[in-house]
Design a protein around this ligand. Structure first.
Ligand code: UT7
Length: 333
């Protein structure tokens, strides 16, 4: 049995906002943002929604896989910024692309969302309950950002990425002897530290109760705490996933990490004693798109021919929750 990604897709808003544009909004500079984060520009929605971006990314992934929307069994959308509380974004996507047979629901693990969706879909496919799944990370974070808070507004962008996963009955062994599929995964959550990166929804309000505390409905973050968490937890969970599968860092061809900060990625590479050239990055061009960063990078690598059959990839993310995870897969398409 092999579970493999046979198609990827992505969608980004057209509007490019550079660091120089940001410096016109808040007291910041291109130099500060580049040095501290590695980001030069980001894409910002001028009307694109989480569901419209997700639907486009899904259509691209299906086209690459050569599959019709009616054949999709499961749609999982990871998002923390849906345009509607209900129905869920996955149901909107199902309707937009015409995947009438699919079971569709959302999950929210913030920036780890795509990874958690991948692992959830894997579990469904492995039991044989579903034969394929569209997994998506889609965000319009620009509406959750306080555009007067320079410590957060320079970091984030909008976009969506998707992957189509399929189950085949036969084992598939690549020319290099590696079996196609997902070889290992680690996921974790630390709710006790949740408030270091948070954004409130509506407060409780009904005829019997009225929340009196002020609700902050914009993203607020203790950047240094998140930084410490990421640089400690990401290498630890990658090592754990590799050890579980009797693999070492040297067995990995590419580390596709959540694109939050170039310094975090450099630190992870250093702690793993891995060559930084194995850590592709695109955050300079699109910033941090939370759950969308990993699938958008995966799609870029895939479309640019940077991933070949038999390559071993580690996908790893971290984010609000706090959540973190790593998955190891051997590329089969
Ligand atoms: O998907 C997960 C999302 N979150 C993250 O990945 C966040 C992880 N953390 C980080 O990436 C970094 O902590 C930041 C990039 C957010 C901040 O970098 P830092 O090196 O930790 O800076 P800092 O928060 O310690 O701030 C240093 C100084 C402060 O000024 P003072 O107090 O030293 O005078 C800030 O007020 O930089 C100031 N500052 C800025 N200056 C210019 C904060 N934001 C900006 C800004 N432009 N945009």
């Amino acid at each position: 049995m092999a579970i493999k990604i046979t198609g990827t897709g992505s969608a980004l808003p057209e509007k490019i906002v550079t660091n120089f544009d940001m410096a016109e909004l808040v007291e910041t500079s291109d130099e500060w943002i580049r040095e501290r984060t590695g980001i030069a520009e980001r894409r910002i929605s001028t009307g694109d929604t989480v569901s419209s971006l997700a639907a486009k990314a899904c259509a691209d992934a299906l086209a690459m896989a050569g599959k019709a929307a009616e054949d999709v069994d499961l749609i999982l959308v990871a998002t923390c910024s849906p345009e509607l509380l209900l129905p869920c974004c996955a149901c909107q996507v199902q309707s937009s692309i015409g995947a009438h047979q699919a079971v569709a629901f959302d999950l929210n693990a913030a920036c780890s969302g795509f990874l958690f969706a991948l692992n959830t879909a894997y579990a469904y496919l492995q039991t044989g309950l579903y034969r394929n799944a569209l997994i998506v990370g889609s965000e319009v974070l620009s509406k959750l950002i306080d555009w007067t808070d320079r410590s957060t507004c320079v970091l984030f962008g909008d976009g969506a990425g998707a992957a189509f996963m399929e189950l085949s009955e036969e084992d598939e062994i690549c020319e290099n002897g590696r079996p196609v599929g997902i070889e290992g995964m680690v996921m974790g959550s630390d709710g006790a530290k949740g408030m270091v990166l948070a954004c409130a929804e509506r407060a409780v309000s009904n005829p019997y109760y009225q929340e009196t505390e002020q609700v902050n409905s914009y993203v607020h973050m203790d950047g240094q705490e998140v930084y410490k968490f990421a640089t400690r937890q990401v290498p630890a969970c990658i090592k754990e996933a590799l050890e579980q599968s009797n693999l070492t860092v040297d067995d990995v061809d590419l580390f596709v990490l959540h694109q939050a900060n170039v310094r975090i990625i450099e630190s992870v590479a250093k702690r793993l004693k891995a060559d930084l050239s194995k850590f592709p990055m695109n955050l300079d061009r699109i910033g941090n798109m939370s759950s969308a960063t990993i699938p958008v990078l995966l799609d870029e690598l895939n479309r640019n021919g940077k991933i070949k059959k038999g390559d071993r990839l580690v996908l790893s993310g971290f984010g609000a929750g706090l959540t973190y995870g790593a998955s190891i897969l051997v590329w089969g398409a």
